[in-house]
Design a protein around this ligand. Structure first.
Ligand code: ATP
Length: 460
């Protein structure tokens, strides 16, 4: 938190700025701009708590500038400064989000009161922003949606494993089931929670990059290495948790180096001669059976035992049908907030489609699906037709007329003549014993149908 508030004065009159500066700088940090361009640059760079903004500037109008300030994040509190004759502009500036206004020449008491209120407002807004971020963070991690028994068992195991500082936890499950979310949950509930959580996807880069990312390097370790060297993620995560995603893809040499870190808490950066010490916990994830990979010689068994002191298996979304609708509603709320929409629920048809889909991409696929609908549609209910992209194309579902037509033939065999007779009889009945209709149905001329009916002894 800043000790002094930072106030930006934007006015092109030097004597007026100097007078305000004298009033303010005893208790606040003051910065100044005499043009709109300079003011915008300072507002972005310095993030002032409060801006005192003159309406008439040489290069732009204060009203235009106000709109630009309102787009900044964090957005500063703005008090407009104006002459009497610009009262209409004041009304406009309040509509555009200015907190208050002061009229030149400024009355001292009114000035102090306005500044005090504006700074209180700015402080409250910052607090609201901070709390909102905190809620978002907690929502993302602590709000794990799921009532399925396999899922709840996994969650209980994760929370229990968080009590230990060091035990290796391996989380297994298909892609998108929430392995990283579980890793964050374990970290946040563990004694290491106030230290960093650092994630690395072991499948995303070459062996060399993973090695230098993990262990860091000393200057000049290899061609292209930054001259000053680089700290590895092991060091960055010191005291906290290192999350290794797709751990099965770690190169054997890196597996060996990692084992040493886990055994002795020590390692050498790439190209380094000075030993580093770290205190980390490793939570890893894998979308295949890591024990089977060890058995097949693709992963060191000694490292497996270190990483998998506790093994958590996360069920696929297909295995937890009862969670599909609650998860959908949860994501609906999330994306309502994000895109300013007002969806309230799912139609029965939409529910049916969501429940029938096999979700090969699991919760991630469901989340993306709901995001797509909320972003693109504008109704209050998610409807079946909003989910058309999940439904197989018609031609794949309904067999063509020739595939639909099927005759059950008797085991002992049957004459072709008899088959023809049965088909004509069926068609004749289907067409309410109307010979013209039956002929059209069988795609033959009417006199041929009559001829064949007589031949087979069918009553006309
Ligand atoms: N139970 C849950 N409740 C709420 N959101 C969830 C849940 N499970 C997963 N998610 C969300 O689904 C998405 C995918 O989750 P996550 O990245 O943790 O999966 P993963 O198993 O690590 O995937 P990958 O194997 O591809 O790395 C994330 O946006 C996550 O927030």
């Amino acid at each position: 938190m800043r000790e002094k508030h930072k106030i930006l004065l934007v006015d092109d009159e030097v004597p007026f700025r100097s007078a305000l500066r004298r009033l303010l700088e005893k208790n606040h940090m003051v910065i100044e701009a005499d043009t709109g361009a300079k003011a915008l640059e300072l507002a972005q760079k310095e993030e002032p708590d409060l801006i005192l903004l003159d309406i008439g500037l040489p290069d732009t109008s204060g009203l235009e500038l106000l709109l630009r300030f309102k787009e900044l994040r964090p957005s500063p509190t703005v008090v407009m400064i104006t002459a009497y004759e610009q009262v209409r502009d004041v009304v406009m500036s309040i509509k555009r989000g200015a907190f208050d206004y002061l009229v030149k020449p400024v009355d001292l008491d009114e000035f102090e009161l306005t500044i005090q209120k504006a700074l209180e407002h700015s402080g409250l807004r910052n607090e609201v922003d901070r709390l909102r971020q905190e809620v978002q963070r907690l929502r993302g991690v602590d709000r794990l949606i799921g009532k399925d028994s396999l899922f709840l068992e996994a969650q209980m195991l994760a929370i229990k494993s968080a009590q230990s500082r060091d035990a290796g936890v391996l989380i297994q499950g298909e892609s998108g089931v929430g392995k990283e979310l579980f890793a964050r949950l374990i970290h946040n509930k563990s004694p290491r929670a106030t230290y960093p959580f650092v994630a690395l996807n072991c499948a995303a880069f070459s062996r060399e990059i993973i090695e230098s990312e993990l262990f860091g390097y000393e200057k000049g370790a290899f061609t292209g290495a930054k001259t000053e060297g680089k700290e590895g993620l092991l060091q960055v995560a010191d005291g906290g948790t290192l999350f290794l995603d797709e751990v099965v893809d770690l190169h054997p040499e890196i597996q060996a180096k990692l084992l040493r870190v886990l055994e002795d808490g020590e390692f050498y950066p790439v190209g380094g001669t000075r030993k580093r010490q770290v205190d980390i916990r490793i939570v890893s994830a894998c979308n295949q059976d890591l024990w089977e990979a060890s058995d097949q010689g693709r992963f060191r068994k000694d490292l497996f035992f270190r990483l998998a002191t506790i093994l958590i298996e996360l069920p696929s979304l297909r295995q937890r049908q009862e969670d599909i609708i609650p998860l959908s509603l949860f994501f609906m709320e999330e994306f309502n907030d994000k895109y300013g929409k007002h969806f309230r629920g799912l139609s029965p048809n939409a529910e049916r489609i969501l429940l029938q889909h096999p979700w090969p991409g699991n919760v991630r696929e469901l989340r993306n699906t709901i995001e797509r609908v909320i972003l693109l549609e504008n109704e209050e209910t998610i409807l079946g037709r909003h989910l058309h992209f999940l439904v197989e194309p018609e031609k794949d579902q309904v067999p063509s007329s020739s595939e639909q037509f099927h005759i059950e033939l008797p085991e002992e065999g049957i004459g072709l003549e008899e088959i023809e007779k049965q088909i004509i009889l069926n068609a004749y009945e289907k067409c309410q014993r109307n010979k013209s209709k039956a002929a059209r149905f069988l795609k033959i001329p009417r006199h041929i149908l009559i001829y064949r009916m007589k031949k087979h002894g069918i009553e006309i």
